[in-house]
Design a protein around this ligand. Structure first.
Ligand code: PLP
Length: 347
């Protein structure tokens, strides 16, 4: 791998005591190009402009997918990434759906590791902070015919981040717009899924919510995801979450929380969850918790559901399943608890 270090670090422009989410990008990027049917040698170079022109295929046809994961500064000063191989697998699952050639595991893992080693000072030290890692894969031929690209670029950028949602959020049960449809690309981190969701989210924000709670495409009768997070409920002391389908993104946070729940003896159900069931449970008091699960916020407790112009309150438990999961995952990630499952990848 070729490494071209920056001659001018931008790290002094970052206020590490007030990290938002995803604004300041670190000094270096990793880039690897696919040409003539094969991946070339990776290169790490200073963050900067692309060399491609406006014929760039991904800008026209959206053959583009991404990942989101984090590197943590642990109690003993070491840096570790949470389950990076799961992200590699998912990147290629997304790519397969978009007809993008698979990225070999060595390129993904070595690109991530070398990049973080070089930008180690960008991995923040504050509580609940991390270096957000954004591997992405896009079509990089230059032509305007509607056919698959011949060339692709795999790249990684990183950004020091703080906590995304610190307070419980109100979400709107979305029964007009659709995020994902049967046979579509909802189970992938395809770039267009997010662009397509911005309008619905903007409307919800204008109505005073933080996010939308997506329902199914056909009837808008079943709950599927919370914004860009998976969603879970606690009903009758059981953790209930929508079963995976091609409309649901298979979250690594979701998977990890389900593993912990089973270990802790919490009953888990992966099934269809109707809007009617959750609305009734919120009204009769049997809905104990509702929360989103994802890399950015880990868990994001929901304290209100917007439904047909009403806001149904949901208890925000300070020591419920969501907050206990958040703490358990943080303890493993920051090296305060034993990593019995080998989830942490040390650089
Ligand atoms: C990324 C993502 C998630 C969460 O996945 P994690 O691996 O837990 O970060 C959930 N839903 C959608 C739509 C996503 O894009």
């Amino acid at each position: 791998m070729k490494v071209i270090p920056t001659t001018e670090s931008r790290i002094s422009t970052i206020d590490f005591n007030n990290l938002g989410f995803g604004a300041g990008l670190s000094d270096h990027v990793f880039i690897c190009e696919y040409k003539n049917g094969q991946w070339g040698e990776g290169i790490i170079q200073p963050y900067g402009a692309l060399k491609q022109g406006l014929g760039l295929h991904a800008l026209h046809y959206g053959q583009a997918v991404f990942e989101g994961q984090k590197a943590y500064r642990q109690a003993d000063g070491r840096i570790a990434i949470f389950r990076p191989e799961r992200n590699w697998e998912r990147l290629n699952r997304s790519g397969e759906r978009m007809l993008i050639p698979a990225v070999p595991k060595e390129i993904f893992m070595e690109g991530l590791s070398e990049l973080i080693r070089l930008d180690a000072e960008w991995v923040p030290r504050g509580e609940n902070t991390a270096l957000y890692l954004r591997p992405f894969l896009f079509s990089s031929s230059e032509f305007v015919a509607a056919r698959p690209s011949e060339e692709y670029t795999f790249a990684i950028v990183t950004s020091p981040v703080g906590e995304l949602y610190t307070k419980p959020v109100k979400v709107k049960i979305e029964q007009h717009f659709t995020r994902a449809s049967q046979g579509g690309v909802g189970y992938t981190k395809a770039a267009g899924n997010y662009g397509g969701a911005f309008l619905a989210t903007r409307r919800a924000v204008e109505e005073g919510f933080s996010q939308v709670l997506w329902t199914d495409h056909a009837e808008h009768a079943y709950l599927e995801e919370a914004g860009t997070m998976n969603v879970a409920f606690v009903l009758n002391d059981t953790l209930v979450t929508p079963a995976l389908s091609d409309r649901i993104l298979e979250g690594i946070t979701r998977e990890s929380i389900l593993i912990l729940a089973k270990e802790w003896g919490i009953p888990v159900e992966e099934r269809r969850i109707s809007v009617d069931e959750i609305v009734a449970a919120a009204k009769n008091g049997s809905l104990q918790e509702a929360f989103g699960m994802g890399t950015a916020a880990v868990v994001s407790p929901i304290d209100g559901l917007g439904y047909q112009g009403e806001i149904l309150p949901v208890p925000a438990q300070v020591n419920g399943v969501a907050m206990r999961m958040k703490k358990a995952l943080a303890d493993i990630r920051y090296g305060r608890a034993a990593d019995a499952k080998g989830w942490m990848y040390h650089l």
